[in-house]
Design a protein around this ligand. Sequence first.
Ligand code: P6P
Length: 336
Amino acid sequence: MHTGETITQFIIEEQRNSPSASGDFTALLNDVVVACKAIANCVQQGALVGGVLGSAGSENIQGETQKKLDILSNDIFLKANQWGGHLAAMASEEMDDVYPIPPQYPKGKYLLTFDPLDGSSNIDINLSVGSIFSILRCPEGVEDAKAEDFLQPGTEQVCGGFTLYGPSTMLVLTTGNGVNGFTLDHNVGEFILTHPNMTIPEDTAEFAINMSNQRHWEEPMKRYVDECIAGTSGDRDKDFNMRWVASMVAEVYRILTRGGIFMYPKDTRDPSKPGKLRLMYEANPMGFIVEQAGGICSTGRERIMEIQPNGLHQRVPVILGSKNEVERVISYHKDA
Ligand code: P6P
């Protein structure tokens, strides 16, 4: 069977469009892709490989129970990306602080943040999980990157991407020139371009939210979801469907393929945690992808990608997806 355009070919041809490119970014992206392939292999084998499933008996900085695969995936990302000489440092959902490049390796001009295995509560029940990553430039002149060097708004990202470990393994990527999707050909071991120029329909009749938190939402969110549920019997001119996979990567991929709105809104329970999702390695890379596909990514009150981060693990409310529905939610927040 003819092998289609591989992600390596795609990235190199993209690089040719930017004459100033040194090839450094291309090589970094290839190292990230290797990490995703290795994680795909672990996820796919599940219980067949001892020590992969189940809890690790530890908690991350988020206070969340770590799965063995969370830690394994984090190690895979570190080992695949630390040696290449393209990074000044890395940061991850699974590590409290910045991971400096070990002294035996050269440093580079980029910063990598990632959630190595998002939705890992799904792993033991064999539902889709994913990896999310974001690439920033290291500030000029910074040798030993610290946490504050990562605290750049999402508009500074040079790349946002995720890999969905689902029925097929998909990698979705943007470098600011649209969104492209690649399917892993397990026989060849390469991601093949299968979904060029992905775009999100401006309208949708499908919303995604964890309804069990309803009593903790602010009024604008309650209003919007109540109207979706009421459909044509209420103020909307259409009836809605609902989905909730508890895996952001799966929700975003669905929205890229058929539209939709995904919401993890502000929760009034704990003012220190305005949302569940993390800005640096979930909301920003997904926001970059969604905007590049013609959608919107907002807290309800501001564009996610314009937030000035105040911490590596900062949480934000996330409302993303089809333009016209997200704009309606934003208008309800303005009305309130
Ligand atoms: P809940 C997974 O843990 C995650 O970070 C996102 O991928 C997902 O959308 C959300 O949390 C699920 O949260 O409260 O439904 O378990």
